[in-house]
Write a protein that binds this ligand. Structure first.
Ligand SMILES: [Zn+2]
Length: 320
């Protein structure tokens, strides 16, 4: 069975079974969605320029124009080597463009954060005409991805979200997490999440973000908004045990979401489901080889309700 057929089968099975009618369902039903998906022209333009300025991908290049070349040069000059996730200016640009009306012909310059390169608005404005040609295809790819992901998320969220809240000891954000879908997102895994406000940007074309793995990575991105307690607990335990735990907290997020996914799938799908971090070899890299062993030994019992959070964190840090 192909991945796509398998994914559709999962969604169908969950929906037709009225899933989930389990004890893990919220006691008070949530009245707003968990995620709010957007397919924004301006944000896609920005992400596409950032991608092209960072690499040369033939099928990403729209019809050439002097305005586009100028925009590419601007992005190379200002943002080469910068991270979409960690660079404050790039985070600001992404948040600013998310507020612009999709069909708006003119960017609202009053919203341009003052510390951004002042010509950025004009540069994007000039390049927009060229990108409109590519946008027809890019937009429909994004829409298709959103439709498929929403079906999977809506079917699984009532079971998965309470498990994540219990494991991480923090609530899902009250308001829906804004998700901007873009053809190209130049970050590890083709997805990243920034806070204040929570904002996920994800690639609709990255092959790892498709089907059931795409649903899983959406829940993973969401855990970045509720990881504070776990990060602090690991950090202070690492200090107490004089260990360098690096990104152990991030491995905990991957493991926790993979476990919640597995718990929430119908029986037949559960048997063949491979969590994202196993499927894409994250646990084969460097320290994560040890993290995986420790997570299976020390964190899994906590997820199963057999050990307390603090004890699990202590054991986890001891075993890496
Ligand atoms: Zn992550």
């Amino acid at each position: 069975m192909s991945m796509r057929r398998s994914f559709i089968a999962i969604v169908f099975a969950l929906m037709s079974a009225g899933f989930p009618a389990t004890a893990q369902t919220h006691t008070t039903p949530r009245t707003v969605p968990y995620f709010e998906f957007h397919n924004s022209f301006w944000l896609n333009l920005h992400q596409t320029l950032f991608c092209q300025a960072s690499t040369s991908i033939a099928d990403e290049v729209p019809a050439k124009s002097s305005a586009w070349e100028l925009a590419l040069k601007f992005y190379k000059d200002h943002f080469t080597g910068h991270s979409l996730l960690f660079d404050p200016q790039l985070v600001e640009v992404n948040n600013w463009l998310a507020t612009q009306p999709d069909e708006g012909k003119i960017l609202d310059p009053s919203g341009l954060p003052p510390d951004l390169p002042p010509d950025l608005g004009k540069i994007l404005q000039a390049a927009a005409g060229t990108y409109r040609i590519q946008w027809v295809t890019a937009s429909s790819q994004n829409e298709l991805w959103i439709t498929k992901m929403e079906a999977g998320i809506n079917a699984l969220a009532p079971s998965i979200v309470p498990q994540l809240e219990a494991a991480l000891g923090m609530p899902w954000p009250q308001q829906p997490i804004r998700v901007d879908v873009s053809n190209c997102v130049r970050e590890i895994g083709g997805a990243y999440t920034t806070d204040d406000p929570p904002h996920t940007t994800i690639s609709s074309r990255d092959e790892k973000n498709q089907n059931i793995a795409g649903v899983e990575i959406m829940f993973h991105e969401a855990t970045h908004t509720m990881a504070g307690k776990t990060e602090r607990a690991i950090s202070s335990e690492c200090a107490a045990q004089k260990k360098d735990c690096r990104d152990l907290w991030h491995a905990v997020l991957f493991y926790t979401v993979g476990n919640a996914m597995k718990n929430s799938l119908p029986k037949d799908e559960k048997a063949t489901f491979v969590p994202y971090a196993y499927r894409f070899g994250l646990y084969n890299r460097g320290a994560w080889k040890i993290y995986r062993i420790a997570l299976e030994k020390d964190w899994q019992p906590c997820l199963d309700g057999k050990t307390a959070f603090a004890d699990a964190v202590r054991s986890l840090v001891r075993d890496i």
